[in-house]
Ligand binder design. Structure first.
Ligand code: SAH
Length: 268
């Protein structure tokens, strides 16, 4: 009987940010293949004695899938542990197609993405009423080109929250794109390196004008999330529009409005 391969999101680095389901799977895994140094701790902490644990950093895609197939022949539970959420920049589809072809069962367990961990580390929100209600997860082109219509300048024109992955070494390109889209020089930007890593996390706040210099001063060149958002720093603003969810005048499925004035539901 062939085992099953689980693509488990390990979260952003803090081993406590893996899901309960992910941890349970690790605890019964016969083999674990982890992606890079960000998530090795979860594997070593939660996998049982005798489990085969391997780092995939020196492996090609073909070697990775061959290893997973080989391990599924000997173990009921095989875990491919990935940083953050497996569905974001995780080569998931490339890995599952050969498993399908080999007739091996697989499933995905979501994880806390580094975009969420970076916002949490800085105590920021990614959405705010009447400021932005949209979050874009993106990157700038590196060796992987951007599909048509997705260059950062075009996305930044929406003035929504941008969580920019894989781009810390291309911060100058991020700056260029935001400027070209009309963001002002004093627009706030946030960079979080190793978000959630106990003792290793670095939070850098700056503006479009100075974020690159600030990151250089902090020697941040890898494993960093860039967030550009009109919501940044909102906790220090004089006024914010309050969220309808907790507004006494706004009734919803779980709570009646305490004031009978207009509610969104009633007026439309
Ligand atoms: N699937 C992952 C992303 C993998 S791509 C996720 O959902 O988070 C790798 C990129 O993710 C890095 O270049 C960096 O931009 C970001 N990243 C991953 N872990 C991070 C962390 N702990 N702190 C900040 N950025 C991180």
């Amino acid at each position: 009987m062939m085992g099953k391969v689980w693509f488990v999101g390990a979260g952003p680095g803090d081993p406590e940010l893996i899901t309960v389901k992910g941890r349970h799977l690790l605890a019964r895994a016969g083999a674990v293949l982890f992606a890079g140094s960000l998530v090795d701790q979860a594997a070593t902490l939660y996998a049982p004695d005798g489990c085969t644990i391997r780092d995939s950093k020196d492996m090609t895609l073909e070697q990775i899938t061959a290893w997973l197939i080989e391990q599924a022949a000997c173990h009921e539970t095989v875990v491919r542990l990935q940083t953050g959420d497996p569905g974001l920049y995780g080569a998931l589809i490339e890995m599952v197609r050969p498993l399908d072809a080999a007739g091996i069962k697989w499933a995905v367990v979501p994880g806390v993405s580094s975009a969420m961990a970076a916002a949490a580390a800085a105590g920021e929100t990614l959405t705010l009423p009447e400021v932005t209600q949209t979050v874009i997860f993106t990157r700038v082109a590196g060796r992987t080109p951007m599909p048509p219509g997705e260059d950062l300048e075009a996305l930044a024109a929406h003035r929504t929250t941008l969580c920019i992955f894989l781009s810390i070494t291309l911060l100058h390109e991020v700056q260029r794109a935001l400027r070209a889209a009309g963001w002002p020089e004093d627009a706030p930007l946030l960079v979080v390196q190793k978000a959630s890593w106990p003792g290793r996390e670095k939070i850098v706040r700056g503006t479009l004008a100075d974020i690159k210099r600030r990151c250089q001063d902090e020697k941040i060149a890898t494993q960093a999330m860039i967030i550009a958002s009109p919501t940044l720093g909102a906790r220090h603003w004089q006024d914010i529009v309050r969220s309808k969810l907790y507004d006494p005048a706004f009734g919803h499925r779980f709570r009646r409005a305490s004031i009978t004035e207009i509610t969104e539901g009633a007026s439309s």
